[in-house]
Design a protein around this ligand. Structure first.
Ligand SMILES: *Cc1c(COP(=O)(O)O)cnc(C)c1O
Length: 420
């Protein structure tokens, strides 16, 4: 891994000027304005392909987790590359179908699917429901019966493994709202085999997000594989295992992340004796490093206690620091040796003390008007943005080689009041 991985996939300095692929980012800011999300097409596709190729000859599906970044152009890009999709709502189903995704390669996850969403998914002919409880399974059976269909289902098992990540994004422990406990799941499969409109085709799990240690992934896989053997002996026709997403990306210069090829290779080796199709649901590790948030410095402010760099991006644009205390590197678009450094809080214009992008950060000594890139913001960035403080949501731009185009227009004031 190179020392500048935190800049992201597709982003690099050329003579102290920050580029995305062959486009100088200052050009994007001049044309699209700020704040603005910028994604590298090559960055996204190379991460997708790294997953796809890591499986080698093992039958598999790489189900991109749409919630990480659901822009239609990005979904189209991935659909064109052959991706499957992991959705968590009827809205995401709508997006994937609009983007030309193959319905048979959609898996529907999530802990609170409504009857209406389940019926939309059945009507579209999705590949599998990752089901979170016995009552949800009964609901899927009833919906399928009404539509005269059969639903392929996997139960989401909670393997009770500590993914060693932030508590807000850890999902595999037994006091979590997600999945069915590994101790009770066999009984649920046994009863589910009697449902007439459901086929128990798989087992799924997802133990957390931003995992930097590959050990829990292997441990969870072994528990799920042992369970699969027991389920088959009950007569369950298990054809696939879904290991979920969760691989981490380098948000800091010091982060070392599990390589995709080695992690997937290890899963394939563990699962090989079972002859199963393997699914994964990566979100962050496909789009996260392939995007930045461009922002302009509005002001510098000094109080008795602190120095502040006020920028035009705020918590409504990028919620992760406020929500998870997440760290994003902040890189100047022009890195001048004479600039020096400042230690400051980097904050937005929103009226909340939680509105910050970085705290006590040493960064380039930027002045009002200077441009910055908030790195690794391609996942859980724009999708979590809001109109809080009546701020129109940012534009999104996709870079390909030496071209770029707007893939979502900046919202207008009229957009703010639509529907009111
Ligand atoms: C959020 C989520 C993912 C994607 O997680 P990443 O950390 O973005 O890879 C995959 N599967 C399920 C069920 C999820 O909830």
């Amino acid at each position: 891994m190179s020392a500048h991985d935190y800049l992201g996939e597709g982003f690099s300095y050329r003579q102290d000027v920050l580029f995305c692929e062959d486009v100088e980012l200052a050009r994007v800011a001049a044309s699209a304005g700020t704040p603005c999300y910028v994604y590298s097409r090559h960055g996204i596709l190379s991460r997708y392909r790294a997953y796809d190729e890591a499986f080698g000859g093992t039958p598999h599906q790489v189900c991109y987790a749409v919630k990480a970044n659901s822009n239609l152009s990005i979904l189209k890009l991935l659909a064109g590359a052959g991706s499957s999709f992991d959705i968590v709502s009827g809205g995401e189903l709508f997006r994937v179908l609009k983007a030309g995704g193959d319905p048979a390669k959609i898996v529907f996850s999530g802990v609170g699917k409504t009857a209406a969403e389940i019926e939309e998914a059945l009507a579209a002919g999705i590949g599998c429901f990752n089901c979170e409880s016995e009552t949800e399974l009964a609901l899927i059976d009833a919906c399928a019966s009404r539509l005269g269909k059969r639903a392929r289902c996997a139960l989401r098992v909670n393997p009770d493994i500590d993914a060693k990540t932030h508590p807000y994004i850890s999902t595999g422990l037994k006091d979590n709202k997600f999945g069915i406990g590994i101790g009770e799941v066999e009984d649920v499969y046994r009863r589910a085999l009697n449902l007439r409109h459901v086929t128990m085709a798989g087992v799924s799990c997802h133990i957390g997000s931003q995992m930097l240690d590959p050990a829990p992934i292997g441990e969870a896989a072994d528990r799920i594989l042992a369970l699969t053997a027991r389920l088959r002996s009950l007569g369950a026709p298990i054809e696939h295992l879904d290991f979920g997403g969760g691989l981490g990306i380098p948000y800091r210069e010091s982060d070392r992340t599990p390589p995709i090829a080695a992690t997937i290779g290890d899963l394939c080796r563990r699962a090989a004796p079972f002859g199963l199709e393997l699914h994964v649901e990566p979100g962050r590790s496909i789009t996260g490093s392939a995007g930045v948030l461009l922002t302009r410095v509005l002001n510098r402010k000094k109080t008795e206690a602190k120095e502040f760099v006020v920028i035009d991006a705020a918590m409504n644009d990028l919620l992760r620091p406020a929500l998870y205390k997440a760290h994003h590197e902040i890189a100047p678009l022009r890195r001048l040796p004479a600039m020096g450094y400042v230690e400051a809080d980097v904050v937005g214009p929103v009226c909340e003390s939680a509105d910050y992008i970085a705290k006590n950060r040493r960064l380039a000594n930027v002045m009002p008007g200077d441009l910055l890139a908030v790195c690794s913001a391609g996942a859980y960035g724009f999708v979590m943005s809001s109109n809080y403080n009546s701020r129109p949501r940012a534009a999104e731009v996709l870079v390909e080689g030496d071209h770029f185009r707007t893939i979502r227009a900046r919202e207008t004031y009229e957009d703010l009041i639509r529907g009111e």
